[in-house]
Ligand binder design. Structure first.
Ligand code: DGL
Length: 275
């Protein structure tokens, strides 16, 4: 493969800031890659919107990223992966990797016949995407699901693992899962890894937590290596961020999701995504 192919960027999009938890994992796994990230902060959350709307937004987000000639697009949003992945794969001329299949595969590797727990947004759970992927990997398995719509705004507000409101809300959402104690629980939303410690505390040490973003980052790495598309290890990759809403707010909050400061966020209007 020509060096120019390997040096093309990875395009990553999410409904807002949450996908930066996935970028963090991508950067850990592949520090030499250039990443262009689009956060559709003007239209977040996707998790409460219809599948049709999410598909339309996802197509616009991906089309924007295609302007950067990426070698691969990552749908770093579980909700968009659940509703739009096949749609995108059928329309983009580059490989597209989402969160659901890697997350489900990591869960099945941990507990081959389940039962599985999955927590995610309303849209992801309603789509049945995790349930389908897990059933394909472990036919007849039980999948216990819970949608947790309050967690996205709570995390964005900066509340963390020890916050009493977080523990109260989680306690309510996780009640059924705490009773059933599946051996593995998939964190099927970009924001939930920031609450790993609180979720682990409530579920107990026997429940393994799967970060779908980490699983997806490993799937991306495997794809690049298998196809001779990985950037040379000697390179230092770059991260360029675009937001469809206030770039200053994006930059101010992004650090918590990415684990490092983000500067120079560019604004792109949603009307420009329609072009
Ligand atoms: N990024 C979304 C996900 O992973 C969470 C935020 C939203 O609802 O848009 O499902």
């Amino acid at each position: 493969m020509e060096a120019t192919q390997r040096n093309r960027c990875i395009g990553v999009f999410d409904s807002g800031l949450g996908g930066l938890t996935v970028v963090r994992r991508l950067m850990e796994q592949m520090p030499g890659e250039d990443i262009v990230y689009l956060g559709d902060s003007a239209r977040v959350p996707y998790g409460t919107k219809s599948a049709e709307t999410v598909r339309r937004f996802a197509m616009q987000d991906a089309a924007f990223l295609m302007r950067f000639d990426p070698k691969l697009v990552v749908v770093a949003c579980n909700t968009a992966s659940a509703s739009a992945l096949e749609h995108l794969q059928g329309r983009l001329e580059v490989p597209v990797i989402g969160m659901i299949r890697p997350g489900a595969a990591a869960a099945a590797a941990q507990a081959p016949s389940g039962p599985f727990g999955v927590i995610a947004t309303e849209g992801t759970i309603a789509s049945g995407a995790y349930q389908r992927e897990l059933a394909a990997l472990a036919p007849g398995c039980e999948v216990l699901t819970g949608s947790c719509p309050l967690l996205v705004p709570i995390v964005e507000e900066g509340r963390g693992n020890d916050d009493p409101i977080v523990l109260h809300v989680l306690g309510d959402y996780l009640r059924l899962l705490q009773r059933k104690r599946p051996p593995v629980l998939v964190l099927g939303c970009t924001h939930y890894p920031l609450l790993t410690r609180a979720i682990a505390k409530l579920m107990g040490p026997d429940v393994a937590l799967i970060d779908s973003g980490q699983a997806a980052a490993l799937a991306v790495k495997r794809h690049l290596l298998d196809n001779d598309l990985a950037a040379p290890a000697c390179r230092t990759g770059t991260l360029r961020c675009y937001s469809t809403d206030n770039p200053d707010r994006f930059a101010a909050v992004a650090g918590r999701f990415l684990g490092r400061a983000v500067s120079g966020v560019h604004w792109v209007g949603t009307d420009e995504l329609n072009l």
